[in-house]
Ligand binder design. Structure first.
Ligand code: PEP
Ligand code: MG
Length: 932
C-alpha cells in the first residue's frame, strides 16, 4: 500500500491515529501537518466553522527534496482529497458553472517567516472567472479576484516580483483619477488582467497557466521549494531549526471577504496581547476586503468590538459620530456574526487552553475561521492571562505557574525601555543587573553625587568599581563598567540595590582623566552626555531612550501567581540583604529570611570608613581596639534595623569577607599625590608656613603608601580575606559578633522575634572554623549575659573553597549550617578570576561554544555542581540536622534553582529584586521534577 501523504482536515487526526495505533500528540500533529495544518484539523475537531481543506504532509516535502519529484501516490491522493472538499463545499475545481477556488499555504512545524506564504484564489482562469461573475452577480469582484491571483501566483510561485504588478495597478489608478483599489472601474480591471497576462508571457515565454490542475501542481512545488529558499535557510540557522523537517502544504477552500458589504476579513485576539485583559474581542477587520489588505495597511482597519472601537477612537481623537459613520465596529455592523464569533473564540480558547491569535473571514454574512494559534504576548499579559485562565478553570494553577518565564517576573518589576522607541546602540556589555536607566554620564563618584544632589539622573561610568564608588553608585540611576564580571563588585552592589548595571563592557574604553569614553563605532561620550543602559540585555545607547515604569504592589495577578507558587515550592527563598532598607524590600517581595548579609557593605558608610582604615593600619593593639570600638555602633545600628525588618525570620550575618586593602586608598592615587606634594614643596621652598603644612601632608600620604604597598597582593581574591582576615586581625570577629548579638538581644527585649545566625566565610580547613567558632561563641555568651537575655542562634560556614566541599564531612561536625558561596566556588573550581574573566576571555568562550554558558551566571552543574552535590551528601551524612542553602548569585537564577531543588538544598538566597523570580522558579522546579 502506498504511504499516506495527504490528510483531510475533517478527519486527519483520526486517520493519523489509525496509522499510529493511538491518538497523536499535539507535537506529533505539528510535526506531520505543520502548525497550520494541525491548527486546521484541531479547529475542525473543536467544532469551529473552517473552510473544507486538506494538508500534504511534511514527509512528502522531505521526499520531494530528496528526489525532486512528488512522492509516489501523492498527486493522486491530493486529487482524491480535492474531490472530498469539492463535495463538502458543493463546488468543483475548474468548473465552468460553480468553480471551487482554493488557497495554497506553506506551514512548517514552527512558524517560519522566510518561507512561501499564501497563494489565494487558485483555480481562476477566464472560464471560472466568468462563472464567478455570474454566481456572485458581481463582475468587478471576479476581475479583482483574478488580478490578485495572477499577481500572487507570479510573485510567490514564479518569483516575478509583485512590485511590477503593483506599478501597473498604480498606473491604472492614476489614469482613472482614483485613489483606492475599490474605486477602479471594471473596464480598468479587465485591461489590467490582460496586461498582467502579457507581462507573464513576455517574462516566461509561455501563457499564464489556465489549467487549475497545472496551477495547483506548480504551487505545491513552489511551497516545497520554498523550504530551501535563502531566507528560510537563514532563518533556520538563526533559530536553530533543523533543516530536515520540511514544510507541509495546506489547500483550503477559498472564502471571500471581498464579496460586498456583508463580507469582511480580519485578525482577532481572544485576550488583549499587551495587557491580558479579557473584556471583549480584540483585533481589527476590513469590510469588503481580502486578508492581504489588512496587513498592507492601505485602509484604516476597524475594531471588532464596540468597546474596543470606542477606546480606539478616543486615542485617535475621533468623535463618536465620525467613528460610527466611518469606522463602526463589527459588533455594530454584524451583531449576529459578532455573537457567534464570541462563542467560537471561547470554544477555541478552551480547546487550546491558551490565548488565541486568529484569522477570520466573513463571506456574505457567514463567519469562517482560517487560522488560530497561541498568541504572542507581553510579560504583563502572560501573567494576567495565566492567572485568569486558572481562575476560569481553563488551566490548573500548576499550569499557570509553568507558563510564566521567570525572567518575565523580572521584567515586570523594573522599568523598561519603550520597545517602540528609536535607539542608537553604541556598545554591548554584560547584562549584570537588570533594568533600564537613563542619565548623564558621570566618570567619578564625586561628580555623580554632585549631580544627583542637584536632582539630576546620573549613570556612573567607571573602568571598574571599588568601595569608594559605592556612594556614587547608590545615587546613580545605573552603572556602566568597562571591566569586571557578573559577580564583580559593581554587579553585586548594583543587583543588591536594584540598580541597572552593564558590566565588563570591554568594547568601550573609559578615560577617567579626560572624563569620556569611546564606543567601537567612534561615538564619544563626554561627561554630562546622556546615555541609556539596558541591564536586561547589556546594551548601551547614546541619548535618552524613553522608559515605562512598574510597581509590584499594583501587580495583583503577579502577587496571586506567586502565592500559588508558595503553596507548591519546597525550597525556601531567602534574600541577600545588607541594610535594613534592603531587608524591608525583600520581605515585601516575599523573602523568608536573610541568607547573606555582607557586613562589610555597612562600612561603605563614609562615617565608618575612617574607623575601618584606622583598624587596618593600626600599629598597636590599643589603636586597633579603639578603631574597632568606633566601628561597632555602625554595625549594631544596621543589625537592629535588619532584625526589626525580619521579625520572626532567620538572619545570617556573614563575618567580614573582602580583601582589606579594598577599604584603603588606591596605590596609584597615593603615588600621584606624593609626587604632586613633592612638587608643591619645591615650589613653596620660601614659604615656611606652607611648607610645614605640605610636609605633614606628605608624611601622612607616604605612611599610607607604605601600608598600602605592604598589603598589596598579586591575587587578592586568594589572599588575606574571609575568615583569614578574622583570624589575622585581632578583635575583628569579636567586634562584629558583639555588634550583632547586642542588636539581637536589644531587639529581643523590645519584643522582636530574632533568629541570629553567624556565618564564617571562605573556610578551607576545619581548624579555621573551629578557631572562629570558639571566639564568637564566647562573645555571644558574654553579650547575652550582659544583656540579661538568651536568644537562640546558629553558627555555620560558607562553602566557597573547593577544599571545604571536599572535606564536608569533617566541616559539618563543627557547623549547624552550610551556605554555598557559588561565586567564589565557581571562581576557585574553574580557576577563573571572577573580576577579570568576563572582560578577558569568558564571554568569548561562551560565544565560541567553548563554554555553554557563563558559569558565574548559571551554575555549572557538572563541575561546581558536582562539588555541591557531594558536599550536601557528605555533610548531611555527618550531621543529619545540617541546614543547607546557597547565597551565591546563582541563588536567583532559575536553572540553578532547579539544580538546588534536585540536590535537596533547604533554601536559595538572592538579591531582593530576584526574590519573586526565585519563588516562581522554585515552584517550577518542584512541579517539573515531580513530573519526572
Ligand atoms: C559567594 O562567594 O558566592 C558569596 C556569596 O560571597 P561573595 O560574593 O561576597 O564573595
Ligand atoms: Mg564569597
Amino acid at each position: 500500500m502506498t504511504k499516506k501523504w495527504v490528510f483531510l482536515a475533517r478527519n486527519g487526526k483520526q486517520e493519523y491515529a489509525k496509522i499510529l495505533g493511538r491518538e497523536p500528540t499535539l507535537d506529533e500533529m505539528k510535526a506531520l501537518f505543520g502548525g497550520k495544518g494541525a491548527g486546521l484539523m484541531a479547529m475542525t475537531e473543536a467544532g469551529a466553522p473552517v473552510p473544507p481543506s486538506f494538508t500534504i504532509t511534511t514527509e512528502a516535502c522531505v521526499e520531494y527534496m530528496r528526489t525532486r519529484e512528488f512522492p509516489e501516490g501523492m498527486w493522486e491522493q491530493a486529487l482524491e482529497a480535492l474531490r472530498d472538499i469539492e463535495k463538502q463545499a458543493g463546488k468543483k475545481f475548474g468548473d465552468a458553472e460553480n468553480p471551487l477556488l482554493v488557497s495554497v499555504r506553506s506551514g512548517a512545524r514552527q512558524s517560519m517567516p522566510g518561507m512561501m506564504d499564501t497563494v489565494l484564489n487558485l483555480g481562476l482562469n477566464d472560464v471560472t472567472r466568468a462563472a464567478l461573475a455570474k454566481l456572485t452577480q458581481n463582475e468587478w469582484f471576479s476581475y479583482d479576484a483574478y488580478r490578485r491571483f495572477i499577481t500572487m501566483f507570479s510573485d510567490i510561485v514564479m518569483g516575478y516580483s509583485r512590485s511590477y504588478f503593483e506599478e501597473k495597478l498604480d498606473e491604472l489608478k492614476k489614469r482613472e483619477g482614483v485613489e483606492t483599489d475599490p474605486e477602479v472601474s471594471v473596464e480598468g480591471l479587465k485591461w489590467l488582467v490582460n496586461e498582467y497576462k502579457a507581462m507573464y508571457k513576455a517574462r516566461f515565454g509561455e501563457d499564464f497557466p489556465s489549467d487549475p490542475y497545472k496551477q495547483l501542481d506548480l504551487a505545491i512545488r513552489a511551497v516545497f521549494d520554498s523550504w530551501n529558499g535563502e531566507r528560510a535557510i537563514a532563518y533556520r540557522e538563526h533559530e536553530g531549526i533543523p533543516h530536515h523537517w520540511g514544510t507541509a502544504v495546506n489547500i483550503c477552500t477559498m472564502v471571500f471577504g471581498n464579496m460586498g458589504n456583508d463580507s469582511a476579513t480580519g485578525v482577532a485576539f481572544s485576550r488583549d496581547p499587551s495587557t491580558g485583559a479579557h473584556e471583549y474581542l480584540y483585533g481589527e477587520f476590513l469590510v469588503n476586503a481580502q486578508g492581504e489588505d489588512v496587513v498592507a495597511g492601505i485602509r484604516t482597519p476597524q475594531q471588532i468590538s464596540l468597546k474596543g472601537s470606542r477606546e480606539w477612537a478616543k486615542r485617535q481623537g475621533i468623535s463618536e459620530e465620525e467613528r460610527r459613520e466611518k469606522y463602526p465596529s463589527l459588533e455594530e455592523l454584524m451583531p449576529e456574526v459578532y455573537k457567534e464569533f464570541l462563542g467560537i473564540v471561547d470554544m477555541l480558547e478552551r480547546y487550546y487552553r491558551d490565548m488565541q491569535d486568529m484569522e477570520f473571514t466573513i463571506e456574505r454574512g457567514k463567519l469562517w475561521m482560517l487560522q488560530t494559534r497561541n498568541g504572542k504576548r507581553t510579560a504583563a499579559a502572560a501573567v494576567k492571562i495565566a492567572v485568569d485562565m486558572a481562575k476560569e478553570g481553563i488551566i490548573t494553577k500548576e499550569e499557570a505557574i509553568m507558563r510564566i518565564e521567570p525572567e518575565y517576573v523580572d521584567q515586570l518589576l523594573r522599568p523598561t525601555f519603550d520597545p517602540n522607541a528609536e535607539k542608537h546602540l553604541i556598545a554591548q556589555g554584560l547584562n549584570a543587573s537588570p533594568g533600564a536607566a537613563v542619565g548623564k554620564a558621570a566618570f567619578t563618584a564625586e561628580r555623580a553625587k554632585e549631580w544627583a544632589a542637584q536632582g539630576e539622573d546620573v549613570i556612573l561610568v567607571r573602568p571598574e568599581t571599588n568601595p569608594d564608588d559605592v556612594p556614587g553608585m547608590l545615587v546613580s540611576k545605573g552603572v556602566l563598567t568597562q571591566k569586571g564580571g557578573a559577580t564583580s563588585h559593581a554587579a553585586v552592589v548594583a543587583r543588591g540595590n536594584n540598580l541597572p548595571c552593564v558590566a565588563g563592557c570591554g568594547e568601550i574604553s573609559v578615560d577617567t582623566n579626560r572624563r569620556m569614553f569611546t564606543a567601537p563605532d567612534g561615538t564619544v561620550i563626554k561627561e554630562g552626555d546622556i546615555i541609556s543602559i539596558d541591564g536586561f540585555t547589556g546594551e548601551v545607547y547614546a541619548g535618552a531612550v524613553p522608559l515605562v515604569a512598574s510597581r509590584y504592589e499594583q501587580q495583583v495577578e503577579l502577587i496571586t501567581l506567586l502565592s500559588w507558587a508558595d503553596e507548591i515550592r519546597t525550597l525556601g527563598v531567602r534574600t541577600n540583604a545588607d541594610y535594613p532598607e534592603d531587608a524591608r524590600r525583600a520581605v515585601a517581595f516575599g523573602a523568608e529570611g536573610i541568607g547573606l548579609c555582607r557586613t562589610e557593605h555597612m562600612f561603605f558608610d563614609p562615617r565608618a570608613r575612617d574607623a575601618v582604615v584606622r583598624m587596618i593600619i593600626a600599629e598597636t593593639d590599643e589603636e586597633r581596639q579603639k578603631a574597632l570600638d568606633d566601628m561597632l555602633p555602625f554595625q549594631e545600628q544596621d543589625f537592629e534595623g535588619i532584625f526589626e525588618a525580619m521579625d520572626g525570620k532567620p538572619v545570617i550575618m556573614r563575618l567580614i569577607d573582602p580583601p582589606m586593602h579594598e577599604f584603603l586608598p588606591s596605590r596609584e592615587e597615593l603615588v600621584d599625590d606624593v609626587y604632586h606634594l613633592k612638587l608643591e614643596i619645591l615650589k613653596n621652598a620660601n614659604s615656611f608656613e606652607k611648607l610645614d603644612e605640605l610636609r605633614a601632608e606628605l608624611d601622612e600620604k607616604e605612611r599610607m603608601l607604605r601600608i598600602v604597598e605592604g598589603m598589596w597582593e598579586v591575587n587578592p581574591m586568594m589572599g588575606l580575606r574571609g575568615c583569614r582576615a578574622g583570624i589575622m586581625y585581632k578583635g575583628l570577629t569579636e567586634m562584629q559578633t558583639r555588634a550583632y548579638f547586642q542588636a539581637a538581644c536589644r531587639c529581643a527585649k523590645r519584643g522582636i522575634d530574632v533568629h541570629p545566625e553567624v556565618m564564617i566565610p571562605l573556610v578551607g580547613v576545619v581548624n579555621e572554623l573551629k578557631l572562629e567558632r570558639e571566639k564568637l561563641e564566647a562573645v555571644a555568651k558574654q553579650v547575652m549575659e550582659e544583656e540579661g537575655i538568651e536568644v537562640p542562634y546558629m553558627f555555620g560556614t560558607m562553602i566557597e573553597v573547593p577544599r571545604a566541599a571536599l572535606t564536608a564531612s569533617e566541616i559539618a561536625q563543627h557547623a549547624q549550617f552550610f551556605s554555598f558561596g557559588t561565586n567564589d566556588l565557581t571562581q576557585m573550581t574553574y580557576g577563573y578570576s571572577r573580576d577579570d574573566a568576563e572582560g578577558k576571555f569568558l564571554l568569548q568562550y561562551v560565544e565560541r561554544g567553548i563554554l555553554p554558558e557563563n558559569p558565574f551566571q548559571v551554575l555549572d552543574q557538572e563541575g561546581v555542581g558536582r562539588l555541591v552535590k557531594m558536599c550536601v551528601e557528605e555533610g548531611r551524612a555527618a550531621n543529619p540536622d545540617l541546614e543547607i542553602g546557597i547565597c551565591g548569585e546563582h541563588g536567583g537564577e532559575p536553572k540553578s534553582i532547579d539544580f538546588c531543588h534536585r540536590v535537596g538544598l533547604d533554601y536559595v538566597s538572592c538579591s531582593p529584586f530576584r526574590v519573586p523570580i526565585a519563588r516562581l522558579a522554585a515552584a517550577q522546579a518542584a512541579i517539573r521534577n515531580r513530573a519526572k
